[in-house]
Design a protein. Structure first.
Length: 470
């Protein structure tokens, strides 16, 4: 057993070292207690402000503490958002104009969630009213003479313009679920695989899509090659298999050069699938011609664990990570109350180098439709098809603790402390403010937040998410 004198020496030395670390970070952390603010979501409260938090001098070291170190900095945050699927935009269009504007303002406006990233579909996904592409020629059309974005003009493009009007900095990623059927083995958008002979045509398909959207006032900032590259979903929905060697060849010999030739600055991201395919990413990025054109990697969280994003980052630190799909299950009894589960997921993603979190459908109805695929999902919000009443999901409330408080350009900073049932992640905003998000999936817990020689005494409500502005 360590003697009391030895224990005191170690404790005081640790406090002094922490204070020295803070001193090196500058006067920013000499914060008056009046500037500590916090908001909580729990069974009784929804993003409700907590009063009365104050820093105090640390007199004892608590084992149940979160220790912040703003001098240790990680990735820059791009933002948070969800997918403008055909289904979601269709439902927005069916709302009366005041209801639609109010919901969009709640999601994208400065008084709402302040979502700043979105995902669109290049043609149909499973969450569409019908299966369609931008070249539904009954015969092969390699010169793309029948190319048209006409389907998107009626309600998808107007929704994107309305969202970007509310948030002019909205960053949009676009993803195909399937090439046109005539480009694929089997001739259908439902399942099958891409044919190499149409790689050139498909690269021009991307170029035309980006140019036509830009002509309609909607700039697309990034694209991926294919949603979920290693499954055709047994032909039950728009999908396509893309072997690793196909994605390599398409990027380096077709899509990248086509973007260069057309002076398109849209970023190219690869994979757009699950963590368990991280080895494929490492292999693809090892090809220098692929590496040249690829800005980042898009990840889904359905299989595997987020730590693999750190493995890829350690191998290729110049390539960014983006989390691009994950949404609630409308059939789950916890659909509206699983904020702590989603915040736990978000924390793991952000602690492993991801620059953004994009949920799945923004809006669906109470049945999880429109949907031409086999999987039941829910929207970030549900709009009742008859009453137009809005139900906010647990994912919505989890987003509020991140998207409302963490600004584009923020940096993830170090937060230390292994606490049972508790997750935490910290940020430094461009304006110098610091944000700490703490998730408690269990019973009430009392902990401390420690910054150098200062501590905050915190009581975490059961099954809660709490955001602190320090």
């Amino acid at each position: 057993m360590i003697s009391s004198t030895r224990r005191d020496f170690l404790r005081n030395s640790a406090l002094a070292a922490a204070a020295f670390t803070v001193a090196k970070a500058g006067p920013l952390w000499a914060i008056p207690a009046s500037l500590v603010r916090a908001w909580v979501t729990s069974k009784q409260r929804k993003f409700e402000e907590i009063k009365g938090l104050q820093w105090r001098a640390a007199s004892t070291h608590s084992g149940s503490s979160i220790r912040l170190d703003p001098s240790e900095r990680f990735q820059e945050i791009l933002g948070f958002g969800a997918a403008f699927t055909d289904a979601s935009c269709y439902l927005f269009d069916k709302m009366n104009p005041p209801e639609r504007q109010a919901l969009l303002a709640d999601l994208y406006g400065p008084e709402g969630l302040r979502l700043s990233v979105g995902r669109t579909c290049i043609g149909a996904s499973d969450y569409s009213t019908t299966a369609y592409s931008f070249d539904d020629s009954p015969e092969p059309d390699p010169e793309l003479k029948r190319f048209s974005i006409e389907h998107d003009r009626s309600y998808i493009l107007p929704t994107l313009r309305a969202a970007r009007q509310l948030n002019p900095d909205l960053f949009l990623l676009s993803t195909p679920w399937s090439p046109p059927g005539w480009m694929k083995a089997g001739g259908s958008m439902l399942g099958g695989s891409m044919r190499r002979q149409y790689f050139d045509s498909y690269a021009q398909y991307f170029v035309k899509f980006l140019q036509e959207y830009s002509n309609q006032g909607v700039k697309i900032n990034a694209v991926t090659i294919q949603n979920e590259v290693d499954t055709d979903q047994n032909g039950r929905m728009p999908a396509a298999l893309w072997g690793q060697e196909y994605e390599i060849e398409f990027v380096k010999a077709h899509l990248g050069p086509a973007f260069e030739h057309a002076s398109i600055d849209t970023k190219i991201w690869i994979l757009d699938h699950n963590y368990n395919l991280w080895g494929r990413v490492v292999d693809e990025l090892s090809d220098p011609e692929v590496n040249k054109y690829v800005e980042g990697v898009a990840w889904h969280g359905y299989y595997g664990t987020p730590e693999v994003m750190t493995r890829v980052h350690d191998s290729y630190p110049a390539k960014n990570a983006y989390w691009t799909e994950g949404g609630p299950d409308i059939t789950s009894p916890d659909y509206a109350t699983d904020w702590a589960k989603w915040s736990h997921t978000f924390t793991g993603v952000l602690r492993n180098w991801a620059r953004c979190i994009i949920g799945w459908n923004l809006v669906l109805d109470e049945k999880g439709t429109p949907n031409i695929g086999p999987f039941p999902c829910g929207g970030v919000v549900t709009v009742d098809s008859k009453t137009h009443a809005i139900t906010r999901s647990g994912q919505y409330w989890a987003f509020s603790h991140y998207s409302k408080m963490i600004k584009r350009g923020a940096r993830v900073v170090a937060s230390h402390g292994e606490l049972a049932g508790i997750d935490h992640v910290a940020f430094e905003n461009p304006d110098g403010s610091h944000i700490l998000v703490v998730t408690n999936q269990g019973d009430e817990q009392k902990i401390q937040c420690q910054l150098g020689a200062q501590v905050l005494d915190l009581t975490l409500e059961p099954d809660s998410v709490t955001t602190f502005r320090l």
